[in-house]
Design a protein around this ligand. Structure first.
Ligand SMILES: [Zn+2]
Length: 263
């Protein structure tokens, strides 16, 4: 099982080495901005590296919204990131489930997700797996609670789409971690990646505030149980840089019995 971290995008392979990580996740552009990613000069090294790469799409992307001025550029930006992520040999592109505005019909949001995949298919398709991630907050989210996730998968499940399970988001979003993997897989059939994070916010607080694995409001052993059940690669998106994330990776490797550094 590959274990890694979300790292700075300047030199992701050096960040992986510093953490003895078998995988890294990073951004290809400003996560709060609308700029398309530029080609990377280190694309060849990244493709050749024995480190699994994951790309996180910008947070501004919301393909579900009924607001055309957000939804249309979101689709384009997502497709651009998929092309750029494929160019560096990434294993997947992670994107948040998104939401509709208060008073808008969530059913239209799910259909907007379907249209996103249809739009991509018309442009030749996404060149790598797109992994939709569960989110922590909001009353109109497409992937906060599993009842919404089931409706989302009804809309997009016929396309090649994967799922990224964030443990902080699930807990803060109001889903019990005990037995969660089975409940998710009953809907999606798969978990492609786990974002292993503890949560500063309480259960069902709606707060997206990550903590180191032995901190926060989730029993660390419950995190380990979720990760073991998921059987998927793991990325920690925790604070503390090399030291903090390195300790989280070591903690997981000790509990899961994974090989170091790329096992
Ligand atoms: Zn996450």
């Amino acid at each position: 099982m590959r274990i890694g971290a979300h790292v700075d995008s300047t030199d992701p392979l050096a960040e992986a080495t510093a953490r003895e990580a078998g995988a890294v996740q990073f951004f290809l552009a400003d996560p709060q901005g609308w700029k398309a990613p530029k080609p990377r000069e280190d694309a060849e090294q990244l493709r050749a590296a024995d480190v699994d790469l994951y790309v996180h799409a910008p947070y501004v992307i919301n393909v579900a919204t009924l607001n055309n001025r957000i939804r249309i550029p979101s689709r384009k930006l997502l497709l651009g990131h998929a092309q750029a992520a494929a160019a560096i040999g990434a294993k997947g592109l992670i994107v948040h489930g998104g939401h509709v505005n208060a008073g808008d019909d969530l059913a239209v949001g799910f259909d907007n997700w379907r249209k996103t995949f249809a739009y991509a298919a018309d442009s030749g398709g996404f060149e790598l797996p797109v992994l939709i991630e569960n989110t922590a907050g909001g009353d109109n989210a497409c992937a906060r609670r599993l009842d919404a996730l089931a409706r989302l998968w009804d809309a997009v499940g016929d396309y090649e789409v994967g799922f990224c399970l964030d443990t902080c988001h699930a807990h803060a979003g109001g889903e019990e971690l005990l037995g969660l993997v089975d409940r998710v897989k009953a809907i999606t059939g798969r978990i492609d990646l786990v974002h292993a994070n503890n949560s500063k916010g309480a259960f069902n607080s709606g707060q997206d505030r990550h903590d180191n694995l032995d901190g926060g409001t989730i029993d660390p052993e419950l995190l380990v149980a979720v990760i073991r059940a998921a059987g998927a690669p793991v990325i920690v998106e925790t604070p503390g840089g090399v030291e903090g994330q390195g300790a989280d990776i070591t903690f997981l490797r000790d509990r899961l019995g994974a090989e170091s550094p790329t096992g």
